[in-house]
Design a protein around this ligand. Structure first.
Ligand SMILES: [Fe+2]
Ligand SMILES: [Fe+2]
Length: 350
């Protein structure tokens, strides 16, 4: 019947027909009822029908109530069903044992039926409330997950647009930052850095030369070797990049990595001449990826050199200019794992 179908279901477990009659009389107006006369049937009924509350006798032939309750609490399908023990045992240690077995309440025989009804009502309400809270939590978590994904997608698109703004002025190095990001991420993964560090390197890689936006196009695109003064001018780009990025509240040190991407282990880099461990690990990895990509690609002032030449360059300065682990990882990627700059598999998703 539709009316009955909407009522909560209570399972009564008792081997005594008189007790069963009294309990059925007390509860049948308000609840749908299930009846089991021993422990095994009770467990079977609970597993199949998922009652809202179980009234459980303790002293029964076969399995006693404590064992029945313990078994119900072992199963994922029945562990959240509240169990109220209903028994002639009234000693405190019996009650403690009942609570330890996972029961939520105790009714002592001989019972007063309005009390049984009141307690069942309370536990059914609590269970419904818990279920509703759990459901709300799932909805809330899903909403947060969707919003976070949308924000991350927006952040990724914004960063890529910023990178494009600098590369649009510099057709010779178009895609350089993306390729450096891909290689740097693959190196970082190979070195066992965390997912967060790899993601940080990805963002820093995509943006690392953003400071070149302040360098005149005539210098960036000029064929032939740069003059000393022009080289000095190009050297300001890490600082400009840092100044552009430092006020964006990234939860990672993107601006600092961008600032350090031309530092060298021996202190001969710029802008601050940092040495060794004073340079962030992420920046040391980015440097290796940057040098490898730049050395292997075409530039307006020299012909394409290829990856072998690039690997020779980083290997010849391994441990002196460039991070040893990053150089080793980079070399393995190209020589043993057939790495290509177009291969995005090293990139973590947002
Ligand atoms: Fe750079
Ligand atoms: Fe670069």
């Amino acid at each position: 019947m539709p009316e009955d179908g909407s009522k909560p279901l209570v399972l009564i477990v008792d081997d005594n027909p008189t007790n069963l009659d009294v309990l059925v009389g007390a509860l049948r107006k308000s609840y749908r009822l299930g009846i089991a006369k021993d422990g095994n049937k009770a467990i079977e009924f609970a597993d199949t029908n998922q009652p809202d509350v179980i009234l459980l006798d303790i002293m029964m032939p076969g399995m006693n109530g404590y064992d029945v309750c313990g078994e119900l609490k072992q199963s994922e399908r029945t562990r959240d069903i509240p169990v109220i023990f209903i028994t002639a045992l009234s000693a405190p240690e019996e009650k403690i044992r009942g609570f330890e077995a996972g029961g939520v309440d105790f009714i002592t025989k001989p019972f007063y039926t309005p009390e049984v009804l009141a307690r069942v009502n309370t536990h059914v309400s609590l269970k419904k409330l818990n279920e509703s809270l759990g459901h709300q939590n799932i909805i809330l978590e899903e909403t947060v997950r969707k919003k976070t994904a949308a924000l991350e997608e927006m952040l990724g698109a914004t960063i890529e647009t910023m990178a494009l703004a600098v590369e649009i002025r510099d057709p010779y190095t178009a895609g350089h930052q993306e390729r450096v990001a891909i290689l740097a991420c693959a190196i970082a993964k190979k070195m066992g850095l965390s997912g967060t560090q790899v993601n940080t390197i990805r963002f820093a890689g995509i943006l690392h030369d953003i400071g070149k936006i302040r360098i005149p196009e005539a210098i960036i695109n000029r064929p032939g070797k740069l003059l000393p003064l022009e080289r000095e001018m190009i050297k300001i780009h890490p600082q400009i990049g840092y100044d552009l990025l430092k006020n964006i509240p990234f939860p990672w040190p993107i601006a600092e990595i961008v600032l350090q991407h031309h530092e060298k282990l021996d202190g001969s880099g710029y802008p601050r001449g940092l040495k060794g461990e004073a340079i962030l690990k992420e920046a040391r990895i980015l440097t290796v990826a940057d040098v490898t990509e730049a050395e292997s690609s075409h530039r307006p002032y020299r012909p394409t050199r290829g990856i072998d030449s690039a690997l020779r360059e980083i290997l010849s300065h391994r441990g002196t200019l460039y991070d040893t682990d990053a150089v080793n990882a980079c070399r393995e990627l190209f020589t043993k794992e057939n790495f290509h700059f177009g291969d995005h598999s090293g990139l973590p998703g947002f």
